[in-house]
Design a protein around this ligand. Structure first.
Ligand SMILES: [Zn+2]
Length: 403
């Protein structure tokens, strides 16, 4: 039954893919990615960060792909980060009756950059390929991308100006903005360690969502703060509000979110055997926003589909796929969107050691490509969602959930 995926023929994948990025306008690559390197930078860091797409290059890269897409792909600025970076939205098609809407979002955590590199390659294929599977996807699906939600975290620098990236955005707690008493505690997902004098604080955007996508704090809401991980977030970040506005425009049936375990792109993984963790259930819902069993089933089928597709590959280094630990996180994008009718899938790829970046990118690219194909062809309907629990559970060494 398995067909050869359209991504099998895409050039430039595999080991070294980041050394030979897709053929984009040379000007997009000519700019220095960060300040001139100083002697404090280790060589590996220099090479690795230079291989990633800098904030200033993201828009030009997207425009370059769109320019060669013969109208398939549109780019817009859907919002602004807390510090003013543009948040890009890429659209393949518009919400139309009869076309299944899909939203793919990456890098909500600024220190988890590979998803952006994955979707740049996926967008290039969708924009330019004449493969029948791509044409079927474009005919039957509306696919939108938020290729880097956390621009602040992706560009976060240390005191010397060196690019280090981090999980959070860059935004202080401003209770007065919401009509709250000045001494109101900050949301719990603004790490207290970031509240030190002289340091710029910031939120974990992936705890700032609420299943009521129009929720806003207001006068008298002091008692809701600081909240907790098992409760919805507060939409205090412009990034989460931008994502939710996109969601409300598209009303996707499928939402895919891409992360890494760990937030340091330099670190080696703690578990060499696991290349990917997946999850299709991050909340059981709230009384006001119950989880639709059909949505849960679709989520399970999406995860099983990718698990099967990766582990059955002959050349596969992708056998080490496990299920993410059980969580109850309605304040994540995945959680809030699942409670708004989207089947969900989380990619939690291994930390991006340089030698494995190409493999990790290809792993997610295959997964997303297979997913779009199966949604377009209807093959997703033949996947047995009950096998979700057959995906091996995470091993004991994974540590605290951090997605
Ligand atoms: Zn993450």
């Amino acid at each position: 039954m398995r067909r050869r995926t359209f991504l099998a023929g895409v050039a430039g994948l595999g080991a070294g893919a980041l050394v030979a990025p897709p053929a984009l306008a040379s000007t997009a690559y000519a700019r220095p990615q960060s300040r001139p390197n100083g002697p404090w930078i280790q060589p590996e860091q220099t090479v690795q960060k230079a291989a990633l797409t800098a904030n200033v290059d993201l828009g030009p890269k997207l425009e370059s792909i769109a320019a060669r897409s013969k109208g398939r792909m549109a780019v817009e600025i859907a919002g602004r980060s807390a510090t003013g970076w543009p948040i890009h939205l890429v659209r393949f098609g518009e919400p139309t009756a009869g076309k299944l809407p899909v939203l793919i979002q990456t890098q909500i955590h600024g220190g988890e950059p590979l998803g952006t590199e994955v979707v740049l390659r996926l967008m290039q294929t969708l924009a330019t390929s004449s493969h029948p599977a791509v044409r079927e996807i474009l005919d039957r699906l509306t696919v939108w991308f938020i290729p880097r939600l956390n621009m602040d975290g992706a560009d976060f620098r240390d005191d010397t100006g060196f690019l280090v990236q981090r999980r959070q955005n860059t935004q202080a707690w401003t209770p007065q903005e919401w009509g709250l008493a000045p001494d109101t505690e900050a949301p719990w997902y603004l790490p207290r360690s970031l509240l030190q004098p002289g340091r710029v604080s910031g939120y974990d955007i992936n705890r700032d969502f609420h299943p009521d996508l129009t929720f806003r704090l207001g006068p008298g809401d002091e008692a809701l703060l600081p909240g907790a991980s098992a409760l919805p977030g507060f939409f205090v970040t412009p990034e989460a509000r931008t994502s939710a506005a996109v969601f409300q425009r598209l009303r996707p049936d499928v939402f895919i979110d891409h992360h890494h375990r760990g937030s340091n792109v330099q670190s080696e993984t703690d578990n060499q055997l696991t290349t990917l963790q997946v999850i299709g259930l991050v909340t059981e819902g709230t009384p006001e926003f119950p989880l639709d069993p059909a949505v849960r089933d679709l989520s399970f089928r999406l995860n099983v589909l990718v698990w099967d597709a990766l582990r059955t590959r002959g050349e596969s280094p992708y056998g080490g796929i496990t299920r993410y630990p059980d969580v109850e996180l309605p304040g994540t994008a995945l959680g809030s969107y699942a409670l708004n009718g989207a089947g969900i899938m989380l990619y939690e790829t291994r930390s991006a050691a340089q030698k494995s970046m190409g493999m990790l990118i290809q792993q997610s690219l295959i997964g997303m490509g297979v997913t779009l194909e199966a949604l377009a062809s209807g093959e997703i309907d033949a996947v047995d969602g009950s096998r979700y629990l057959d995906i091996p559970p995470a091993g004991p060494s994974i540590g605290n959930p951090r997605f």
